[in-house]
Design a protein around this ligand. Sequence first.
Ligand SMILES: [Zn+2]
Length: 292
Amino acid sequence: MSPDVVRRKRESLLGFFSVLSFFLRMRSLQKPILFLTLLLGAHALPLEFLIATRSNASEVDKPIVSLEGTGQTFQPLKEGTLRVLLVGGGSSHDFEKFFHQADKVTLNATGTVDAIYTANAEEAATRLAEADVLVLSANHRSFGLSPFQNALNAFADSGKGVVVVHAGVWQNWAPATGFNKRFVGGGTKSHGKGVFAVNQTGKTHPLLEGVVNGFEIQDELYRPTLDAGSTLTVLAETAEDPETHQKWPSIWVVEDPKCRIACIALGHAAEAHGNPAYQRILINAVKWTSRH
Ligand SMILES: [Zn+2]
């Protein structure tokens, strides 16, 4: 509450009691006017309190409500089929169109993947227990809370595959979650956009199988800053960013003692999700992280 609001509250209280004592002295009018005074006072005080509380409430104080789920479930287990949980939802992206519909079509077209999607943190935590690979692009605040973060770490500890795509490699949640450190090896705080080439760094890796070296993509040019202390390998990077005159990591893998982790900075919208190179990398990432 600002000092100004506190002062107005105090003045209003003093005013209320002085009016009350004045009418109490006028004994003939005591009962009806006392009633009216109390009625007005009782209404005026909470109203001012509400105004003061509302004007000081910030976005951060609002309760975090998870996004709607899809109710999608995996098909019965089938030999040779990978269960992939796509998790999206949040701001600045059409998660439903690209990270759900488009990527699901890409993965299911392989004939060896059963992909489902959710944008609900609790549903994601539940479905993770049945999945082989998580493809995470969500940036909604609900995914930064412990129900999802705990399920994610347990999933990774059990040796399952983790693929972090585009909005997922952003610096979305508090460092205390440990998410960026373990699953990204850093984070992204800015981006450019346009058509740019993605060049391989010379490493041979299953993630790059069938991917044309130097393919072009129309996309957001993410500028991930990777921690010097993390054990990771950058497999491909952007051509020089015209704004920063730097090359930025596009595809990398983070070493983890328990699981395989692949990060793909590409994938803002239709042009990227429809790009055959992006699709190939996504399929490769799912297969490699699942150890299949
Ligand atoms: Zn984006």
